[in-house]
Design a protein around this ligand. Structure first.
Ligand code: PAP
Length: 333
């Protein structure tokens, strides 16, 4: 990684006053990645790599978040389409409020970035706070997380809370992650070459990685508990959005009526949440969400952009890992 400033400092977690003592103590016991991979040092916790701040949020959420039976939790690895899924789920759940022509122009998705409408547990709500105010959330409450299955708060597992998992082809996920982190970090930390990012990703050292293990955990859970975990693919959402939205609506307890189908209600939601529509809205072109400019959550939104970035050798290596990791499960991405 090419850095623009010297990194000979104390470990970041020791400088970060926002981390709890529990998190600092835990990190001291964990394997740590070399240098500042992916900008931040990563720590291996229960088989997955986390930044210190994200781990702090995960620990707080695990300790304090109480899932309700009616909650819906969106889960996805970084850069696999969470922003899109948040928009879609929000639009599905709230559609009765905004179906009348005079209300359509007031739709929250036209005024707010999807990340503001469905909060992340560990980045937003429990990043530093043990007791975030959840009183403004109406039922069903909707939350998002990048946490691997094994890290989820126990109450998510014990309750009837439903989980919607979105995955994406590993090559597109890696390319998206590389672009995103370079955008977020280039000013202060320098940039990563694709080769560096690729090698880390393939070795499983990426935020919330190994990516393949993240996907497999939820895939298996969706087979074992189909009423609890819905497993969606980015590529299928792109290819057959209406079918996938119906599946999501059924699973999340708000199925489409025959009238809605006939009136084109599903098409309206597909259009509203499309990349073309969301990426051109003023609210998604300006401002920031956490460290990132809001517009950086909307890059290309395409399937197969990896062909423009990866060499034949890279493709062979990553396809081989995907084949080996997914072979026994039969999962194809
Ligand atoms: P996050 O993990 O930081 O929340 P996330 O939303 O999961 O990011 O992923 C961003 C990817 O979803 C981007 O992919 P790309 O880099 O390959 O372009 C982004 O463009 C894509 N994306 C965002 N909104 C949509 C949408 N409405 N439809 C399809 N893809 C989208």
């Amino acid at each position: 990684m090419a850095t623009s400033n010297d990194s000979s400092q104390l470990p970041a977690y020791l400088q970060d006053e926002n981390l709890t003592e529990e998190c600092k103590e835990l990190i001291r016991t964990l394997p740590t990645s070399n240098g500042r991979d992916w900008l931040w040092t990563l720590h291996l916790y229960q088989g997955f790599w986390f930044t210190a701040r994200h781990l702090n949020g995960v620990l707080l959420a695990r300790r304090h978040f109480r899932a309700a039976d009616s909650d819906i939790l969106l889960v996805a690895g970084p850069k696999t389409g969470t922003t899109w899924l948040k928009a879609v789920l929000f639009a599905l759940q709230k559609r009765s409020c905004y179906s009348e022509p005079d209300r359509k122009s007031n739709h929250p998705l036209l005024q707010k970035n999807p990340h503001e409408l469905i909060p992340y547990l560990e980045f937003t709500l429990y990043l530093k706070d043990q007791d975030p105010d959840l009183s403004g959330l109406t039922s069903p409450r909707m939350f998002a997380t990048h946490m691997p299955l094994g890290s989820l708060p126990q109450s998510v597992k014990d309750s009837e809370c439903r989980i919607v998992y979105l995955c994406r082809n590993p090559k597109d996920t890696l390319v998206s992650l590389w672009h995103f982190l370079n955008k977020v970090t280039s000013m202060e930390m320098g940039t990563y070459t694709l080769e560096e990012a690729f090698d880390l990703f393939c070795r499983g050292v990426s935020p919330y990685g190994p990516y393949w293990d993240h996907v497999l955990g939820y895939y298996k859970a969706s087979l074992e508990m189909p009423d609890k975990v819905l497993f969606l693919k980015y590529e299928e959402m792109k290819e057959r959005p209406i079918e996938q939205l119906k599946i999501l609506a059924d699973f999340s307890g708000c199925p489409f009526s025959e009238d809605e189908v006939a009136d084109g209600g599903i098409n309206d939601i597909v259009r509203l949440c499309s990349f073309d529509n969301l990426s051109k809205l003023e609210v998604n072109m300006t401002g920031k969400f956490r460290l990132a400019e809001t517009k950086s959550f909307f890059r290309k939104g395409e399937v197969g952009d990896w062909v423009n970035h990866l060499t034949p050798q890279m493709i062979e290596r990553i396809d081989c890992i995907t084949g080996e990791k997914f072979h026994a499960s039969g999962l194809k991405l």
